[in-house]
Each structure stands twice: as structure tokens, then as C-alpha cells.
Design a protein around this ligand. Sequence first.
Ligand code: MRU
Length: 350
Amino acid sequence: MTTVAFAGPVVALRFEDDVLVALDQTALPWAERWLPLRTADDVADAILRLAIRGAPLIGVAAGYGVALALLTDPTAAELERACAVLKGSRPTAVNLAWAVDRVARAASGAGDHPPLAAAALDEARAIHAEELAASDALASHGAGLLGSSRRLMTHCNTGALAAPGRGTALAVVAELAARGRVELVIATESRPLLQGARLTVYELARLGIPHELIVDSAAAGLIARGAVDAVIVGCDRVAANGDVANKVGTYGLALAARAAGIPFVVAGPTSTIDPACPSGAQIEIEERDPAEVLGAASEGGRAELAPAGTRSRNPAFDVTPAALVSALVTERGVVRGPSVDAIATLLGPR
Ligand code: MRU
């Protein structure tokens, strides 16, 4: 296998010279390939293919996508079209629709001074900067909460590849490691698209944090045997009552953590909280191409894992009830035992 010698912090996205340049996450860890995205449709396609992924990162990218549309065609009709294309790319992470609506509002309210595109770009940049700051703030809150947990389990990828800055759950892990508190991180591979194996392990190695990779089905047994002190994951949408949609497999980890009596902690910026969504039952769960289950990415291609023609099902996320969440860590602070009231207090009047 090719090992690519990456150095320095991962920066998954940058906007320069009217182009959104994104690290193609479908090529990692085998190759560092940069995608120049020039239109809203380019951005929507990159999000759909998971070249850009992770709730806060797709929000930031989609915000730039709206600005890109207006740079070439600064009309209300194009604004409406681009927003629909971007919002249609993935349904579960609320950050996407939230960022698109926010940039669209800024552009529509701009009139001719400043022009639509400039107003949109300013707003997209503001969202990017806010998410960067949120990552640092939540890392510090989370490290305060989990200061005595030396062995952690995490799921999917929640680092710099998933959110600006150091990420969400992995930002907390990185902060704990910087404070000398981390003995071991156990990362689940996160089938079918292997965000844990391909991306989290890649980030943990770059950060020099001791880690082991497990298959998803080993997680519950290891938790039951006391292999970790806490489980920490990210989130794609948090409902108003604290129910959490996150990468498929998260619910099982929460059940195992509860049975073992260890904390199950969710980390994410407040842009991932959807106050308009009463509970997890209303969260749309993305069903992806069944072909993703039937094979796995490998260097230079794909390995087939099941007989051709096998029927499969591919829900990309699941919902963990708030009752199983020990704490929600955000840039505004920690909510222990999330509930309607606690989340409303965290968000304040909107
Ligand atoms: O399908 P993905 O890779 O976009 O799913 C990502 C996750 O589920 C992450 O855990 C989530 O976005 C939170 S971390 C930023």
C-alpha cells in the first residue's frame, strides 16, 4: 500500500481566487488530491459523493456553493436554483440547509449595494470563521468534561476533515492529548464508507495520538469489557429534545456505553442543533446507494464483498435518544443530560 507522507495540520477546504478548493476525501488515505470547485453544482456533487463530508464542513462548503452560483449569475432565479441543488445533496446534517439559508438570506437582503455575490461570499466566510472558532471552544469545554478519561472510543470521522479547525469529537480528543491525558483512542472502522479506518486513523496518526482500529462489531464487547472510559462522537443533527442523529452505528455505541455505565458524549457546534425539529423521529435519515454496502474502497479501486446482485440496505445515520446522551458538548458549553429545556437555554432567544 502506498503511504503518503502528509505533514502539518489538515485543512480540508479553502476558498481562493473565486474557487473552492477541497481535499478529496474519497481518495484518502492513499492520495492527497485537491478538487477545484467552481460552481454550486460542483459543490453539491462533491458533497453527495462524500469528497466533502462531516456536518459542519458540508455546511461551510454549501455556503461557499451559494456564493459561487452568484459569482457567475447574480440573479434571484440562480440563487433559488443553486439553493435547491445544494440542499438536495444530503438530507440529514442540518448544517447544510442552515448554511444555505443563511447565505441566501444575506444575499437577498443585500440589494445592489453590496452586490449579491459579495454579500453571499461575506456570509459564507463568516460561517467558516465561526465554525473554526467553535471547534476550538468546544474542544476546550469537552476536555474539561472528560479530563479523567484516558481511554476513549470514537466513531466515524469527526476531525479536521469533518469540521473546520480541529473538528468536533476529535477536537476534544486532540485537546485532551495536548494536555497529556490520552492513553488510547479506539476508532471504529465505520462501515460502509470506512470514515474511521480511512480518515480518523489518518488524522490520529498525524496528531501522534496512540490509537487502535476495530471493526464496528467489536465495539460493544470491548466497551462491556472495560476497554474504554468513555465514548465520544459527533453529530449530524440534534433535535430540540436532544435526540442525536449521527453516523450509523452510533446508537449501538450509546446502548453499550449505558449498559457498561460509562459516559456517552456527543460533541458538535450549535449549528448542528435544529430547534425546528422536535425529536429524532422527524429527522430524515439518508439512505445511500446499496452498492456501498456490497463493496469497500481500496487503493486504486474497490473490493467486492458480496455476491453480485445481493440486496442490501444502506441507512447512513441512526438516531440516539437523548436519554442515552450523558452530555452534549458545544462551543457555548456543556449540556449534561440534554432535554428540551436545557437545549432551549443553551440556544437562548433566536
Ligand atoms: O456521512 P458522513 O461521513 O458525512 O458522516 C459524518 C458523521 O456522521 C460525523 O460523525 C458527523 O458529521 C459529526 S462530526 C463533524
